[in-house]
Design a protein around this ligand. Structure first.
Ligand SMILES: Nc1ncnc2c1ncn2[C@@H]1O[C@H](COP(=O)(O)OP(=O)(O)OP(=O)(O)O)[C@@H](O)[C@H]1O
Ligand SMILES: CC(C)(CO)[C@@H](O)C(=O)[O-]
Ligand code: BAL
Length: 320
């Protein structure tokens, strides 16, 4: 039972909540205490990219809930749902925060933890009618964001954004956050979720946090741990390709053909890398552009390596 004042734990670990009933009790107490709540949805296997989202939430919200849930409905039957890393105890330890994070703490009632709550629901509590990755066998309510889900990532993963929109809606309904935090690394997801919030009139503000990278530029990602030692170096080919196009853009190039040629050249030179797609899209409609106009563009792509599929993007004269 969570008491009225027990909004964050006394030890340097966040409260771990599994059940909807406990979450609702915690949320009611937060409301009665007049605290704002930030939510960071993740699938766990946390890395510094996730922690930077949590740190950002910490600077603008009194209390921070990190959701850790590997959502089956955003995986196709042939994808890596079963292999996806599940490291809950390690994740909780990371969210305990470092001394440096404790010094940055903004909420007087908190304990120095990066997060106040880890919400790790069971499949049964999120999908009361059950959940399978086989779409024709799915039951219950699902959410689709039309017009923004079929292109780019949606070509290879046609099921993906329906799963994301569904779970994000459920998590917002459960946690009832004032603010939600998403990473620019998943740029199309940011565009889809913004549209979801606007179209379903969800009472929440969204913040997009810039991509956290390894020293050589590789975007941090839970799936980077699938890479073998030989694959790690060529894995930066996508980032290098996007950077080449970005440099040309900053020098004044606006033509798709020229930007794509530069990016493609970088990727074809890398061993063990095959290009799945490169996109130069309008930042709100996600329509492919022949030329970059005054709204700017998202340049993004996906590569396949023997052990992992990786995505990345850069923003050319726009924000998400
Ligand atoms: N390097 C990063 N920088 C900023 N945000 C990130 C980064 N990696 C992930 N995020 C964000 O963290 C949130 C949770 O993402 P998720 O748990 O899927 O992690 P991931 O590393 O993207 O995993 P995966 O490898 O499965 O794509 C998303 O909003 C995502 O955009
Ligand atoms: C937003 C999200 C947590 C929904 O499962 C997931 O798509 C992710 O981690 O980016
Ligand atoms: N960050 C994206 C989650 C996924 O690929 O399922």
């Amino acid at each position: 039972m969570l008491g009225a004042t027990n909004l964050s734990d006394d030890s340097r670990a966040p409260l771990l909540i599994h059940s909807v009933a406990d979450l609702r009790r915690w949320r009611r107490n937060a409301l009665m205490a007049g605290k704002t709540v930030g939510m960071v949805p993740t699938m766990g296997a946390l890395h510094d990219g996730h922690l930077n989202l949590v740190r950002r939430a910490r600077t603008s919200c009194d209390l921070v809930v990190v959701c850790i849930y590997v959502n089956p409905s955003q995986f196709a039957p042939h994808e890596d749902l079963d292999q996806y890393p599940r490291t809950l105890q390690q994740d909780i330890a990371l969210l305990g925060g470092s001394a440096k994070d404790a010094a940055r703490q903004t909420d007087a009632s908190a304990t120095g933890c990066l997060a106040d709550v880890v919400f790790a629901p069971s499949n049964e509590s999120v999908y009361p009618d059950g959940i399978t990755t086989v779409r024709k066998d799915q039951r219950g309510a699902f959410v689709e964001v039309l017009g923004l889900s079929h292109q780019m990532e949606g070509v290879t993963r046609p099921h993906f954004f329906r799963g994301v929109a569904t779970i994000v809606t459920k998590l917002i309904n459960l946690v009832q956050p004032d603010r939600v935090f998403f990473g620019q690394k998943d740029a199309q997801q940011c565009v889809v979720v913004r549209s979801l919030i606007r179209n379903l009139c969800l009472p929440v503000e969204m913040t997009v946090v810039e991509t956290t990278r390894e020293q050589d530029g590789l975007a941090m990602s839970s799936r980077n741990r699938y890479l073998t030692a030989e694959e790690r170096q060529p894995a930066i080919a996508l980032y290098k390709a996007l950077r080449r196009a970005q440099t040309a853009y900053l020098e004044g190039e606006r033509r798709r053909s020229a930007l794509m040629e530069l990016a493609n050249a970088e990727i074809s030179a890398a061993p063990n890398v095959s290009l799945e797609y490169l996109s130069l899209a309008h930042p709100r409609t996600l329509d492919e552009l022949d030329n970059i106009g005054e709204d700017g563009a998202i340049i993004s792509g996906a590569i396949r390596m023997p052990s992992a599929r990786l995505i990345d993007n850069l923003l050319l004269g726009c924000e998400l």
